[in-house]
Design a protein around this ligand. Structure first.
Ligand code: GTP
Length: 369
């Protein structure tokens, strides 16, 4: 029991400290709380004296409540929810089976087996919730912990049914299970922290790839993701088109209306571009008022059509900002891997040249490179 208390304190402190460093504090709060509640339930159900209702019934209800809270945190981590009604049902299930084998068909063996199977199922449910996550490396330690715990409880349930509580073999199994439970608990706690830290690191990396003004990718994001898109299209034998876009006379907009209005124009332009792109396409802000679009699986003729549609949309839809209606246009250069290959840098250089040709030809137009 002392080991159990130490493990609970250790894992709860770890979870609470991880919550301080990351933004996913909500799910960690449920995990930490569930951890403490489960351990209280475990301690209650291990009592050998006192009223039966306390250790033979309520202890299992408290343990089930703790597991329900952990599951709620796991569902939250997976962007889903677990309502209080479900948690109530989980607690009721544990209470009913404990009540049944305490008062209706009194048998300590059957009660231990039935509740063991019940909590094994709960642990498998936790493992299954996480296993559906795409990032296997992040969740594997926690999944392994839940599966181990579920298997240990299940095996103990089978042995108790077959051999009774007092037989030598059953006692041995009971001892092994008592050793496995805290180890699995530690594995779960470390697994949960690992999951949160990986997600936090991913969030920070994504933030460092995003331009804060427009929400489009920045240069670093373009380099990292653009290469991935180029490789993907090359492998799949699809065309990759690049559109370079530059707002026309943007300096005049800044000089006439001020920089905040210029910023609003850039945000508006980003929304206009995004409206023309598909989910697999990439958009990055390449410089001040210059953007680059990567169109996956689009040949040059189709990319020219997309660019022309976008040009017409930008020309037709002014932005309303600070009581002003600001009209602006954009020039674009379109290139495709069918003519220039899949090297990102070469595509951008060729697209830039086509875009400057469009500027020289009078702006507000699309040129192919
Ligand atoms: N408001 C705002 N302006 C920016 C930002 N980044 C760059 N700029 C401005 O964008 C302007 C770009 O001017 P130029 O390079 O001369 O280009 P242009 O006026 O658009 O002329 P053309 O490209 O030849 O049509 C400069 O005045 C920059 O200060 C930004 O984040 N916000």
């Amino acid at each position: 029991m002392l080991v159990q208390i130490c493990i609970t304190v250790l894992t709860t402190v770890l979870l609470a400290m991880a919550a301080l460093y990351s933004e996913g504090a909500n799910e960690q709060r449920w995990w930490a709380l569930g951890n403490v509640v489960s351990s209280v339930g475990l301690a209650m159900s291990s009592l050998e004296s006192g009223p039966a209702v306390l250790h033979a019934v309520l202890g299992y209800g408290v343990l089930a409540l703790g597991m329900g809270l952990v599951l709620r945190g796991l569902r939250q981590f997976c962007d889903a929810t677990l309502g209080w009604r479900w948690i109530g049902a989980i607690v009721a299930g544990a209470l009913l089976s404990a009540l049944f084998f305490t008062y209706v068909v009194p048998s300590a063996n059957w009660r231990l087996s039935a509740t063991g199977f019940y909590f094994a199922l709960m642990n498998f449910l936790c493992a299954a919730t996480l296993a559906r996550q795409a990032d296997w490396r992040a969740v594997s330690a926690a999944v392994a912990g839940f599966v181990t715990l579920g298997l240990a409880l299940g095996v103990r349930g089978v042995y108790l049914l077959q051999h009774g509580q007092d037989e030598q073999r059953a006692l041995l199994v009971q001892g092994v299970v008592m050793l496995i439970v805290p180890l699995a608990q530690v594995s779960i706690a470390f697994g949960l922290i690992l999951m949160v830290m990986r997600r936090y690191a991913e969030r920070l990396r994504n933030l460092s790839w995003v331009d804060s003004l427009t929400g489009a990718l920045n240069r670093a994001g373009l380099e990292a993701q653009g290469r991935r898109v180029a490789q993907r299209t090359l492998r799949a034998g699809r065309s990759l088109s690049v559109i370079m876009l530059d707002a026309d006379h943007f300096k005049d907009i800044n000089d006439t209306w001020g920089h905040p209005v210029g910023d609003a124009v850039l945000r508006h332009l980003t929304r206009q571009i995004k409206a023309e792109l598909r989910p697999l396409d990439l958009l990055a802000r390449y410089g001040g008022e210059e953007f680059v679009m990567l169109l996956d699986g689009v040949n040059r003729d189709d990319a020219l059509r997309v660019a022309e549609r976008l040009r017409a949309r930008v020309e037709a839809e002014p932005v309303e900002v600070a009581g002003h209606t600001v009209r602006y246009t954009a020039s674009m250069g379109v290139v495709c891997s069918d003519q220039h290959g899949y090297d990102m840098l070469e595509l951008i250089v060729a697209g830039d040249a086509a875009m400057y040709a469009a500027k020289r030809a009078g702006r507000n137009r699309v040129m192919a490179g």
